[in-house]
Design a binder for this molecule. Structure first.
Ligand code: SR1
Ligand code: MG
Length: 410
């Protein structure tokens, strides 16, 4: 089938035309479609039986960036990278991603499990919803997917062959530009910041030591293909069901079209930074000081749980690594220290780019009045600089925790 952009009508015909759909829906009967696009890049539709008894999610790569329109062309090959990475994540971390149903390369479509009971967690976290197993679940996802695609699990030959299928040049270039370059340099760029942040931004961009460290992080991003990353693991890439009576939620990671072989600390750093962005923004979102303190305690705990779960599970899996070299005493500890330092550096970049770069986050952008947003933005920039500047002297997660949370309740 030749590529065409789907709409509410054609997506129903499209689903009915796919043989795989018959196992998921009554394709002989009427079907309804609703657009549920949420991210910056793609169009997403829910196609369901009347009344919503059963449904599938149809995600289509457009020939441009959805939020920017045709003025920002983008190839649809990102749908292939999402299909390949989702298939691997589903094997490595079953139950932590949506079940993939089919991939249609001609139409740049991925059909998958429709997580109807779930919501993207960014807005609930901003509103103070406590998902008690969030950090642990994301740590488990990271350990399973990163270890499972590494040299340690696969051996060099298989890892190299797999990495050759993930030349995600277009979206990597986007990250190199939007996360790891433009926020650190004066115009021309696609940065977008509050006028009140101009002095802080000028000061940041004039910091040659900072730019040097960010250059090193960018180079690692481009050359250090340790494992198959999610590539865009922010809190808009995680969904959760409402907590049950015992406080348990089903948590899934979505949207891996940025997947590529890169440094493991990139995924970890992005996730941790997004919890910090939420924490800083509580200065304007929490209704009172007590609730703010409770939300900060929760977010701090989730960050630690994420790292601790990741590192404990990673260590455990390394006991079965394919080469004796990877089981040398001390090797895994040395490796995890570089991952922790990378995570701190990339977390710093994420804090900065979400405040002054092209793509912000709701946590920050929804702060009112503007003076409050500027205060929080100043804090994001300061912590971002601290994390980048201090990443290489961290020794333990406690060091990172102390840096990240110093003065948080002021
Ligand atoms: C131009 S795309 C902007 C951002 O959206 C994606 O989710 C990535 O985070 C990217 O940097
Ligand atoms: Mg996304």
């Amino acid at each position: 089938m030749e590529y065409r952009i789907l709409d509410l009508r054609s997506v129903v015909e499209y689903v009915k035309s796919r043989p795989e759909a018959a196992a998921r829906l009554d394709v002989a009967g009427p079907l309804e479609a609703r657009e549920v696009s949420d991210g910056n890049l793609n169009a997403v539709f829910r196609v369901q039986e009347p009344g919503g008894a059963r449904s599938v999610l149809i995600k289509q790569g457009l020939p441009y960036l959805r939020v920017a329109g045709e003025a920002w062309p983008l190839s649809q090959e990102r749908a292939d990278f999402e299909a390949r990475s989702l298939a691997r994540q589903h094997l490595a971390a079953p139950g932590l991603v949506p079940e993939p149903y089919w991939h249609d390369p001609e139409m740049a479509v991925n059909a998958m499990e429709d997580l109807r009971a779930h919501a993207v967690i960014r807005a609930p976290l901003i509103a103070g919803v406590r998902l008690e197993s969030l950090g642990e679940t994301i740590g488990a996802f990271l350990a399973a997917t990163l270890y499972g695609s590494s040299d340690f699990a696969l051996g060099g030959v298989e890892r190299t062959r797999l990495a050759a299928q993930f030349g995600n040049v277009e979206l990597c270039e986007l990250t190199e530009a939007l996360v790891l370059t433009e926020p650190f340099y004066p115009p021309p760029n696609r940065n977008d910041h509050l006028p009140a942040l101009q002095d802080a931004l000028d000061d940041l961009q004039a910091d040659a030591g900072l730019r040097r460290r960010v250059a090193a992080l960018r180079h690692r991003f481009m050359t250090c293909g340790q494992a198959l990353l999610h590539g865009d693991l922010h809190t808009g890439s995680v969904m959760a069901s409402p907590p049950d009576a015992q406080g348990h939620s089903d948590i899934r990671v979505i949207d891996s079209e940025f997947a590529f072989f890169g440094p493991m600390g990139f995924d970890i750093g992005l996730f941790l930074a997004n919890l910090l962005l939420c924490a800083h923004a509580q200065a304007g979102h929490a209704p009172d000081a007590a609730e703010r303190a409770a939300r900060l305690t929760y977010l701090r705990r989730q960050m630690r749980a994420c790292w601790e779960t990741f590192q404990a599970r990673f260590r455990q899996q390394m006991q079965g690594a394919v080469s004796a070299a990877w089981r040398e005493p001390g090797f895994v500890g040395d490796l995890l220290l570089t991952v922790l330092r990378d995570a701190a550096g990339y977390a710093g970049c994420e804090l900065i780019r979400r405040t002054v770069g092209f793509a912000h986050v709701l946590d920050y952008d929804s702060l009112e009045p503007e003076e409050r947003r500027a205060q929080v933005g100043t804090r994001n920039l300061a912590l971002g600089r601290t994390l980048i500047g201090s990443a290489d002297v961290l020794h333990t997660y406690d060091d990172l925790d102390a840096l990240a949370w110093a003065g948080m309740t002021e």
